[in-house]
Design a protein around this ligand. Structure first.
Ligand code: 13P
Ligand code: SF4
Length: 347
């Protein structure tokens, strides 16, 4: 894009005001999310939403947002939303020129692996993940030396370099299917200890694990949940498998973020707690206003780096491009594609 056309579409800060036109054009969005976004915040969000909605069409961009994004992003500007598995599948299908990934870096890398010809953007390059940072490619090579012949299944919350050392990727939605699909009696499942322990309890395959943890989910405890249950005897507890075992023991359902949303839609509990990142409850509450949500709040600081102003910049200036070194990309893509080709993804 040349400087002149950029100037034409650029929305300088002073233009981002809450005009009557902006209020009108975003009124239907606000109506949907008014229970989870305070009225006082809307004049700040709405001008960005209006500018992003216009610009994403001009830039032939698709905005993918993870379930942990804040409601003004999730319900305001995203074209497609979902868990890690759904975002990977959508990224593989899109016909857009640009993919703006509102999530964390490994998700944008996965989108790039599946779309090597497209421009993949993340609005903040520092949106990382404690699980992805817990293991390196060299660690995986050492594990292979220690357990010769044992296949490696890698959680999608890892760098492309780690995926490149793996036989197959998985997400929390398909980890059991992924482990069983290899037909071996032992599998190395990396890097989340608690997900690996959970999977080990669901299969006859022996699981060799790594001690990586999610800094958000490891903060929940089984004791917290017993306290909620005492206070609300009819409470349904849904937990993400990255939580510690005592939390999962207390849960009525364990599954990926998409699995939890499906459970809420199918079972319509009167009162529910989603034991996961806190924006999830806001986003799901919008769809189910009759359900009462108990909301312990553990924020993912990496997910929260993505904001509307950064998404606008991303579209305006193609910031920040995510690229994967071709030698790594080729091997990592094979592991991700094998996951996409797995049937199911049920949890
Ligand atoms: P999901 O794949 O369940 O959306 O989980 C992603 C994640 O980062 C959980 O912390
Ligand atoms: Fe990583 Fe945990 Fe944040 Fe998910 S919630 S992106 S696993 S740090």
């Amino acid at each position: 894009m040349n400087a002149r056309s950029l100037e034409q579409i650029a929305a300088p800060e002073e233009d981002l005001v809450f005009t009557p036109e902006v209020e009108r054009s975003t009124a239907a969005i606000y109506e949907r999310i008014r229970d989870v976004v305070p009225e006082i915040e809307w004049p700040v969000h709405a001008p960005y939403i209006a500018a992003i909605l216009k610009l994403k069409v001009e830039r032939r961009a698709v905005i993918l947002a993870h379930n942990y994004q804040t409601p003004e992003i999730f319900h305001g500007v995203a074209d497609l939303t979902g868990d890690s598995l759904a975002l990977a599948r959508e990224a593989a299908k899109t016909g857009a020129d640009r993919i703006v990934l509102c999530g964390v870096h490994f998700m944008a890398e996965t989108a790039k692996l599946l779309n090597p010809e497209k421009t993949v953007l993340i609005p903040d390059l520092d949106a990382g993940c404690s699980l992805a940072e817990s293991i390196t490619a060299e660690d995986v090579q050492l594990l292979r030396q220690r357990y010769p012949g044992v296949p490696v299944v890698t959680y999608v919350n890892t760098s492309a370099a780690v995926k490149a050392e793996s036989d197959l990727c998985c997400t929390s939605a398909n980890a059991v299917e992924a482990v069983e699909s290899l037909g071996t009696d032992r599998v190395i499942l990396l890097p989340d200890e608690y997900l690996a322990r959970y999977v080990a309890g669901k299969t006859k395959v022996r699981v060799i694990l790594w001690k990586g943890h999610c800094e958000v989910h490891e903060r929940f405890s089984g004791e917290d949940l017993s306290t909620y249950r005492r206070q609300y005897p009819n409470l349904s507890i849904l937990a993400h498998p990255e939580c510690p075992p005592d939390v999962l023991k207390e849960a009525d359902f364990v599954g990926s973020t998409a699995g939890m949303i499906r459970y809420v839609g199918t079972h319509r509990p009167a009162r529910v707690v989603l034991v996961t990142e806190c924006s999830m409850s806001d986003n799901v509450a919008v769809e189910f206003p009759e359900i009462r949500f108990v909301r312990p709040c553990n924020l993912c600081p990496h997910m929260k780096r993505i904001t509307l102003p950064k998404i606008l910049n991303s579209l305006l200036y193609d910031e920040y491009r995510v690229d994967v070194e071709p030698g790594i990309a080729q091997r990592a893509r094979r592991a991700v594609q094998r996951m996409i080709d797995l049937p199911g993804g049920s949890r």
